[in-house]
Write a protein that binds this ligand. Structure first.
Ligand code: NAD
Length: 455
C-alpha cells in the first residue's frame, strides 16, 4: 500500500487555491450534508450492524452533531475566514495589524470506533471549513460504518480534495510515513504517542483527542437523586464506550448508601436492553474479555450480567473500590462503574491526582467553595457541574484534553482554528515616517522609545 500519489494529488489540488474560496467551502459542506441526509437510513443500518446502536441513539449522539457542525460552519464561515484586526501599539502608529486565517494544507484525520460518524465527520467538517484537503482514516473496527463513509465520500468527492482510506494498523502506519500539514487523531493515549512520534519526524502539528479516567465527584450537599440520574445517563450511554463517560464516582462516605440506591433505581428505570434500543453491544470480543476481567465478583453491588454470544455486559456498579484496585489502573470504557468514597474532599482530590489528567471531570455540589476548589485544583480537558457529558454538546465550548488526555481542541469555531494558521500581518503607510526606529541611535530616541513602550 502506497499513499504517496494520492497525497501528492491533494497537495497539487490545494495549490490551485480553490479550497481557499469561502464559497467553494460552503458549497462542499452543503454537498456533504445533502449526501448524509439522503443516505441517512444507510447510516442507521451500518451502525446497527456494527454494534446494535439504535436509530434514536445514532441520531442524538452522532448525526445531530454532524448536522449541527455543518450548519454552524456554513453560517459562520464568512466571519471566521475574515481578516481579524488587532489593536496597534503606540510605537508603531500609524499602522494596521491583523490576522489572516489560512488553511494548513493537506490533513490526515484518524478516527476512533466508539462514535464512528461523530468522531470521523466532525473533524472532517472542521478541516473542510478551514479550506484544507483531507485524507480520512476511520476506525476499521466498526467495519460497516467505515465502509459506508468510504463509499459515500469517495464516490461523491474527488480524491484530490477529500478521500477516505480504510484500514487498521498497516494502513495507518503507511499513511504516517507520509508528510501531512496536520494530523488530527482521536483514540487511545497509547496510539496517540505513536502518532505524535511519527508526526515529529515531519514536524507536522497534531491535535490528539485521547481518553483517560474521568472522575465524577459527588458531595453530600448536592441533589443526590439528580446526581445519580445524570451519572447513570452519562455512564451507560453507548454501554459506557464514551471517552467522556464518568469513569468512576468518588462520593462523600456519609451519603454513599443513599446514592447507591438511587443509582440502582435509575439503571432499572432507564431499562437498558438491545430490544428497546437503549443499549449497544460491546464493540468486540477483545473488549468484552477485557471488561469482564475488570469486574471483581466480590465487589459487585449491582449488575454483572454478561453474555459473550451477544456481546452484552449489563450496567454494573462496584463498591468498596480503592484507587489501587485493578479497575482503577486503566480507562474502563465500558458499563462498569466503581464507586469510591472519601471522608474529606482533599483526600478525594489527592486520589484523582494520582492518575494522569483526565479528559473530563464532573462535580456534583451546591457548595460554591467546593466548586471553586475543584476547578482550581484539578486539571482536566473539560467537564460539567451537576451534569455529565453535555459540555460536549455545546459547540461554543472547545472540546479537547490536557496532558495524557490530549492536546488541542475542536468543535465549532475551535475546529476551524485547529485546522487554520493565523498569519500575523503588519501594514504601514508611508505618509508618516518618524525616525525613531532607524539608526543612528541617540539618547533622545531612547527616551522617546521608553516613553512610547510604556504607554
Ligand atoms: P485506538 O487508539 O486503538 O485507535 C484509534 C485509531 O488509531 C484507529 O483508527 C486505529 O486504526 C488506529 N491505530 C490503532 N493502533 C494503531 C497503531 N499501532 N499505529 C497506527 N494507528 C493505529 O483507539 P480506539 O480503541 O479506536 O478508541 C478508544 C480510545 O479512544 C479510548 O481511549 C477513548 O477514550 C478514546 N477516545 C477519545 C475521544 C476524544 O474525543 N478525546 C473520542 C473517542 C474515543
Amino acid at each position: 500500500m502506497n499513499y504517496t500519489d494520492i497525497i501528492q494529488k491533494q497537495y497539487d489540488f490545494f495549490n490551485t487555491n480553490q479550497t481557499k474560496s469561502v464559497s467553494f467551502r460552503i458549497g462542499q459542506l452543503k454537498k456533504l450534508k445533502e449526501i448524509i441526509t439522503s443516505e441517512e437510513s444507510s447510516f442507521y443500518d451500518a451502525i446497527y450492524g456494527d454494534f446494535k446502536k439504535s436509530k434514536a441513539d445514532t441520531y442524538s449522539t452522532e448525526l445531530s452533531f454532524v448536522y449541527d457542525e455543518i450548519d454552524l460552519a456554513i453560517q459562520n464561515l464568512p466571519s471566521w475566514a475574515r481578516h481579524k484586526r488587532v489593536r496597534p501599539n503606540p510605537l508603531t502608529l500609524p499602522s494596521n495589524s491583523y490576522l489572516v486565517p489560512e488553511p494548513l494544507g493537506t490533513c490526515l484525520v484518524i478516527g476512533a470506533w466508539n462514535y464512528p460518524y461523530n468522531i470521523s465527520l466532525v473533524p472532517l467538517i472542521a478541516a473542510m471549513a478551514a479550506g484544507n484537503t483531507v485524507i480520512l482514516k476511520p476506525s476499521e473496527i466498526p467495519s460497516a460504518t467505515s465502509a459506508l463513509m468510504a463509499r459515500l465520500i469517495n464516490e461523491n468527492f474527488p480524491a484530490e480534495y477529500i478521500h477516505v482510506v480504510e484500514g487498521g494498523i498497516p494502513e495507518t502506519s503507511a499513511l504516517l510515513e507520509e508528510k501531512f500539514d496536520k494530523i488530527f487523531f482521536t483514540g487511545s493515549t497509547v496510539v496517540g504517542r505513536i502518532i505524535y512520534e511519527a508526526a515529529a519526524k515531519h514536524l507536522t502539528p497534531v491535535t490528539l483527542e485521547m481518553g483517560g479516567k474521568s472522575p465524577a465527584i459527588v458531595t453530600k450537599d448536592t441533589n443526590l437523586k439528580g446526581a445519580a440520574k445524570r451519572i447513570v445517563f452519562g455512564k451507560f450511554l453507548n454501554s459506557g464506550q464514551t471517552c467522556i463517560a464518568p469513569d468512576y464516582v468518588v462520593i462523600d462516605e456519609k451519603v454513599k448508601d443513599e446514592f447507591l440506591q438511587y443509582l440502582k433505581a435509575y439503571i432499572e428505570k432507564f431499562d437498558y436492553s438491545f430490544v428497546n434500543g437503549n443499549y449497544v453491544q460491546i464493540i468486540n470480543d477483545r473488549n468484552f474479555h477485557r471488561l469482564s476481567g475488570l469486574i471483581d465478583q466480590q465487589k459487585i453491588y449491582f449488575g454483572g450480567e454478561r453474555d459473550l454470544a451477544s456481546r452484552f455486559i449489563g450496567p454494573t456498579i462496584l463498591t468498596d473500590v480503592s484507587f489501587d484496585d485493578p479497575v482503577m489502573k486503566e480507562e474502563i470504557f465500558g458499563p462498569v462503574l466503581p464507586v469510591l468514597t472519601y471522608s474529606n474532599l482533599d483526600q478525594a482530590i489527592a486520589g484523582i491526582k494520582t492518575k494522569p489528567k483526565p479528559l473530563s471531570c464532573y462535580l456534583f455540589t451546591h457548595d460554591l467553595a467546593v466548586k471553586q476548589k475543584v476547578l482550581n485544583e484539578i486539571s482536566f480537558g473539560g467537564g460539567a457541574i451537576n451534569h455529565t457529558l453535555l459540555h460536549f454538546a455545546n459547540a461554543n465550548l472547545p472540546f479537547g484534553g490536557v496532558g495524557h488526555s490530549g492536546m488541542g481542541s475542536y468543535h465549532g469555531r475551535a475546529g476551524f482554528d485547529t485546522f487554520s494558521h493565523y498569519k500575523s500581518v503588519f501594514e504601514k503607510p508611508f505618509w508618516l515616517e518618524p525616525n525613531l526606529v532607524y539608526p543612528p541611535n541617540t539618547p533622545t530616541k531612547i527616551k522617546w522609545l521608553r516613553w512610547l513602550t510604556r504607554l
